[in-house]
Design a protein around this ligand. Structure first.
Ligand code: MN
Length: 285
């Protein structure tokens, strides 16, 4: 199932080049009052909503995908957990390029651990990336994003795939510089999630997916998730050994080699096998 959030927070079921508006399926979601839950209630309820989505889909109005504005498929992630240098060839390019490492000690992920991006940095592909510091190098990073489906506390690697609701493409947009990653990567709009959530049953094994990113039609990043240093189950085990992962938490699994600068006026095309493709524009802030 490919589920998108579009226009004014409508829920869509993506079928081919079309979106079926299945928003009425959300009527089963419980109304919430303060204090609001710290996780995404739609992702939490997804297993029980699937039947309603299928029923509503049979009579749903349909629109062309190209005519809707795609928002982040996760509306309220509680955490954006991100993996630094999780592909060896990206570690090598970071070591080789002072504009990437900025005298920061760049170590392999087993030593660095994970970092968090502000949830306020999340946007969907329809919103152009607004370059906040045009005087500084700002890079694209394409990553497979795994969305947690249920509460995960100290999960074993061998059980970890069972905690995933689905996958989407993540763009971890990054200002290069000497500051902490969480500062440089948490600018408004610098976490692009899209184009939709592909439910985990459609990708039983996330370890062999081709990914590709172009800027203005030119290939910059081309890799496969089989080359992850710590794979998706390993990242869930690692993260959940420190903090409880909740429904809607997003794991950005790390970027492969080929990172490079973007500027206002650029157009990014990001593709991950079995997930989909999205076009994202870059503008000045
Ligand atoms: Mn990254």
């Amino acid at each position: 199932m490919r589920l998108c959030r579009f226009n004014d927070d409508r829920l869509g079921l993506v079928v081919g080049d079309n979106v079926l508006d299945v928003t009425p399926a959300l009527s089963g979601l419980q109304a919430r009052r303060y204090p609001f839950p710290e996780h995404d209630v739609f992702i939490e309820a997804l297993p029980s909503l699937r039947k309603a989505i299928e029923e509503v889909a049979s009579v749903a109005p349909q629109r062309a995908l190209k005519d809707v504005r795609l928002l982040s498929p996760v509306a309220n992630p509680g955490k954006i957990v991100a993996a630094p240098v999780n592909y060896l060839r990206h570690l090598e390019e970071a070591h080789a390029d002072p504009e990437i490492h900025h005298q920061n000690q760049i170590h392999e992920i087993q030593r660095v651990g994970l970092f968090l991006k502000a949830t306020s940095s999340v946007e969907g592909p329809s919103k152009a990336i607004a370059i906040r510091h045009p005087d500084r190098r700002t890079d694209h990073e394409i990553e497979l994003a795994a969305v947690i489906g249920k509460r995960a506390d100290r999960v074993k690697k061998e059980d970890a795939l069972g905690y995933i609701a689905g996958y989407c493409i993540g763009l971890d947009i990054t200002v290069r510089g000497p500051e902490e990653r969480s500062l440089r990567k948490s600018i408004d709009g610098y976490t692009v999630l899209g184009p939709w959530l592909v439910t985990a049953d459609e990708i039983p094994d996330p370890s062999g997916l081709d990914m590709h990113l172009t800027v203005n039609g030119e290939t910059r990043q081309k890799a496969n998730t089989r080359d992850l240093v710590i794979d998706v189950p390993g990242l869930i085990a690692f993260a959940s050994s420190y903090y409880t992962l909740m429904p809607g938490d997003v794991i950005l699994t790390g970027t492969p080699e080929g990172v490079g600068p973007i500027a206002a006026g650029d157009t990014l095309q990001a593709t991950i096998e079995r997930v989909g493709a999205m076009t994202v524009h870059v503008r000045s802030a």
